[in-house]
Design a protein around this ligand. Sequence first.
Ligand SMILES: Nc1ncnc2c1ncn2[C@@H]1O[C@H](COP(=O)(O)OP(=O)(O)O)[C@@H](O)[C@H]1O
Ligand SMILES: [Mg+2]
Length: 263
Amino acid sequence: MMKKGVCPDRKPATATLSREERFMVHSSISQRTSQRQQPAAPLIVLRGVTKTYRQGSEEVKALQNVDLDIADGEFLAVTGKSGCGKSTLLHVIGGLESVAAGHILFQGQDLSRFREEQLTRYRRDQVGIVFQSFNLMPLLTLGENVALPQILRGTPSQEALRLAETWLDRVNLGHRRDHKPHQVSGGEMQRAAVARALINQPALLLADEPTGNLDSTHAHQVLQLFAELQRQERLTVIMVTHALEAAQYADRIVSMQDGRLLP
Ligand SMILES: Nc1ncnc2c1ncn2[C@@H]1O[C@H](COP(=O)(O)OP(=O)(O)O)[C@@H](O)[C@H]1O
Ligand SMILES: [Mg+2]
């Protein structure tokens, strides 16, 4: 099993800057952190996050007063039994659902204060998500599936498809570009889903039970890929899983019970 420390000179997501500006920001940050040996600043901060669902007359407290800091460049695993609030936690961090109380900060900015178009941009540009059931489009090839987030962002399709090819190579699926999802294994589908989640170069990869439908060999490949991408692509990974073996690949494991984070 792999265990890694958080990369101290992990770069922040500065997707709106030019390449040169990004380089300047990053090199000054890595100088600062390497001089002082500080841990990376948090990318995500949750304070008092509470989320309730109403089911008929009953109120379900899916998240109760959750406080959590996730460092830039960290690989965090969140574990706990089914129904404890793991998926809800990912959804609120990914800006897919709003919270009833509390704050979620991304790079110091409060998601609840984002206007609709800022939230759309946050979801599209800063967050990549992979699911247990892969959620690939069945009629599209793997190449087309991976290209889709770029196309939705307005990139011309030829360019998007070329970029998708480099991402498929990155996850060792170059040879499966023209296959449809049903023509490849579950592990290959999940690796394609990871490439699709990352093609827009988000700061954050959210994974909801990503190995739930995989055998142990394919699960290992996907989890190793997360750890590798985290190190090489300046990525912060939050993976929720009820499987303790999967959680071992992360830098840090936190547990939830009944909507609360256990101390
Ligand atoms: N859309 C929803 N409507 C009503 N209740 C929900 C909804 N989503 C989740 N819940 C409830 O919130 C709790 C936490 O769910 P969830 O975050 O999916 O847990 P986990 O991912 O850990 O299995 C559960 O009791 C679940 O039934
Ligand atoms: Mg879940």
